[in-house]
Design a protein around this ligand. Sequence first.
Ligand code: ZN
Length: 67
Amino acid sequence: MISETSKAWIQAAKILAENPAARVRCPEKADGFLTVHDEAIPGNPTRFERYLVCDVCGARNVLLMRE
Ligand SMILES: [Zn+2]
């Protein structure tokens, strides 16, 4: 059984994987919006990590992205 919070993170990840500028509510508490920043993975030029962080409570998740 997958929790509602997990479903909300999956939904947020789908939206932000396609459009990092989208305004997505915090999946944990719906208290703020997720901010996105990308970080390169040293030694792995075909992938990068996309961090999703709530601007209010700091809830976070990381997506592994392909270039
Ligand atoms: Zn939050």
